[in-house]
Design a binder for this molecule. Sequence first.
Ligand code: GTP
Ligand code: ZN
Length: 228
Amino acid sequence: MSQLPSTNETHSPYKFISKARLPTAHGQFDIHVFENAEGQEHVMLTCGLPTDNTDDVANKEKLPPLVRIHSECLTGDAFSSLKCDCGPQLNATMQAIQQEGCGAILYLRQEGRGIGLTNKIRAYALQDQGHDTLDANLLLGLPADARTYEMCKPMLDHVGISKLRLMTNNPDKLSYLEDLGFEVVERIPLVVGLNPFNVDYLATKRERMGHHLNNDISSLVFKPISEQ
Ligand SMILES: Nc1nc2c(ncn2[C@@H]2O[C@H](COP(=O)(O)OP(=O)(O)OP(=O)(O)O)[C@@H](O)[C@H]2O)c(=O)[nH]1
Ligand SMILES: [Zn+2]
């Protein structure tokens, strides 16, 4: 079995490396890359922040920026997998930030809730046999969620965000950010991309992982991809 990087050991701190413009189908972002001494990378997309050369005075009048902390999901983000809600969540976040004209997406390279791609596919194989997303991790001898969030601090500090509105259904992300000293003034629910293949996954996240999701996910309307 491939080794799970130890999340308990102290990683060297992440440093800002470079920033560039990134035109996307959803609009213009800046992309910032951060790296630590071990060569681990994380990415942040921003738009409309004072450091993106916008008018500082105008920004002071606005609500705190929208922020999304998104964990890497190759299958959902790149391959449009229907097993999870990651792809639609990423798209919805990019659209919301563009609509509002200000915000940041921290794209953390913590594939598979931090267990890595290989182990996530092993977990998917167990899910094919009927195990849910949490038990599949546990059966592999891995934590249900191996992610850490300490890298958010240098990333958000770099663009001067201390107060924010967080787009998530995951209560852990809120408490981690607050523990890091950030003021989360609002949690914005992000319930998109429900489909017949991920309804059980989302129900498990609600029932066993404490995610803020509708009590009756099955009552949410399933929208075909073309309408999402
Ligand atoms: N181990 C494992 N990881 C999964 C599975 N399905 C999705 N993932 C991973 O779960 C993570 C989803 O992360 P986020 O999009 O940040 O979502 P979240 O923690 O559920 O919280 P939200 O902010 O509410 O979306 C990604 O790293 C996915 O690769 C699964 O069945 N098993
Ligand atoms: Zn996913």
